[in-house]
Each structure stands twice: as structure tokens, then as C-alpha cells.
Design a protein around this ligand. Sequence first.
Ligand code: GRG
Length: 306
Amino acid sequence: GEEGQESKPTFDFQTYMIQKVNVVNQALDAAVPLNDPVKIKEAMRYSLLADAKRVRPVICIAACEVVGGSESMAMAAACAVEMIHTMSLIQDDLPCMDNDKLRRGRPSNHVVYGEAVAVLAADALLAFAFEHIAASTVGVPPSRVVRSIGVLAGSIGPEGLAAGQLADMSCERISVSDVGMEDLEFIHLHKTAALLEGAMAVGAILGGGSDEEVEKLRMFARSIGLLFQVVDDILDVTKSSEDLGKTAGKDLLAGKLTYPRLIGIEKSREFAEKLNKEAQGWLSGFDAEKVMPLVSLANYIALRQQ
Ligand code: GRG
């Protein structure tokens, strides 16, 4: 066709994200008020309300809207997903895990409140997440709520997030040369993709999506989860080689298993392109306008430069 003849549907992804993140932040603030017992609420709120991208709650709401549901139907679940994500970060930062002192631009939870309170705040966030879905989901038949609770629990349990974290820790203890593509993929599919999948599946279930729609949106989340990690690995290499010269960049990544390390930078870029195409493929058949936030999100993840 002629250039400029048709007006392409425009979609302002940045405005969409800012608007959704604002609503989610307000809902999170309201969901965990600073009331009695204040000490644990304070520790929960410290990590939950810190500066974060809110990708998981936003895709939960977007999935609900894509299948014809409304924002309010998915809001409690969206908050629950962010509570679970946050508790996983608190645990990941503990001395017995990654021992990180900084998270979301602040000192880690255990650095501020001590390990015991941090563990309890994480426990409390995990338990309250499910209480919140059960008690605060509105305008949805109970059968969908029950199914959502099961799906979300499955995404973080022994065959989900927890398995991913254990695999990651086990791999760190063996030589990088003994770890292969399957191990790397297992870690990313469980550590990153599983909760993204859970978030989207739950949004789609609450919005009344068919089994096929739920499954397609879950597969979309799986693709963008892997995509996020491949792009992250590529940026790690390109950033450090820009900053420090090519060989220094390589040295900096010694010990860390990445896609460029396993298959090289060019193949990694091809893989990222394949994953974005795959992700977009799972969106075919949905309402063209309602699916725009997800189309844009995948492109954003694929094209980000830092
Ligand atoms: C399974 C119940 C249960 C507990 C958690 C510690 C642990 C077990 C899992 C580790 C989870 C982990 C650290 C995954 C990494 C996922 C990831 C990509 C984190 C970064 O997410 P962003 O970029 O961060 O969305 P923000 O801060 O913006 O939310």
C-alpha cells in the first residue's frame, strides 16, 4: 500500500503503562494499610510500595480486558501477583540466597528490618496475596476465583517459581561449562516466565476467557518471559563491552551463565527476534484494539536498549 494512505491504529504504550501503574499502586497501598500490627505491615509495605515496573499486575489486568473482562474484575488478583513477586524478591535477597543489599533502589528488606522480620513479612505477603484474591475479587463468579487461586499457586509452587530458584542456586555451584541450554531455559521458564504466565492466566480466567484464550495468553507470557531474559543477557554483554572494552566486558561476566555465552551474541539476537515473533503469534485471533497493550509490551521488551 501507499505510505500514509491508511491511518494505522495508534496506541500510546507509555501513557497506558503510566495510567495502569498508577491505579495498581493505589490499589496496593489500600490493600496493605499501615494498621495493627504496625511492625509487620511496615516491613511488607516497605518492599511492596517501592519503585517498581508493575509488569505482572499490568499484564494480569490486560489479559482480563483482552478477553472482554474489566479492570476491576482483575484488580485484587493483580495486586496479589505483585505481593507474591515482592515476597520472592525479599527472599531472593536474603543472606542464605543471593545476599543482595539493594533492591528497587533501596536497601533490601532484611538490611532494614533484620532477617527474621524480612522472612515473616515475605510469609505474610504470600498468605495475604491469596486472602486478598479470595476476599476482595469483585464481579466474578466464585468458580473463576477458585480456579484462579489454584493456577496462581501452581505457578509459584514446587513445579514453578520455587523450582526455578532451586535450579538457579544449584547451577551456581557447578562449573559454567557443565551447564547447558536446557538448564538455562529451565531456570528462566521457572524463575521468570512462571509468574508472568500465572498473572496472565489468572487475568484471563477472571475476565471469562475460554480455555483456549487462557492457554494462548499463557503461552504469550512464556515467550515474553524468555525474551526478557535473552535481551537482559545481550544488554549485559553490550553494556559492559561498551563501558570497559570488549575483553573486559567478557571478564566481567565470568561465572554467570548467559545466552551470549552459550550460543554467541548473533544467535542470541536471532533467538530474541524469534521469541518476539512467537509472542506476537499467540495474540492472533484476539480483539485487535484490546490486544495492543500486549503487542506493544512484547515489542518494548524486545527493543529496549538498557
Ligand atoms: C516460590 C513462594 C516462593 C518463594 C520465592 C526466592 C524465590 C522463591 C524465587 C526467586 C524469584 C526471583 C528473584 C526471580 C527473578 C525474577 C525477575 C525477573 C525479577 C525482576 O523483576 P522486575 O524486573 O523487577 O519486574 P521490579 O522490581 O520492577 O518488579
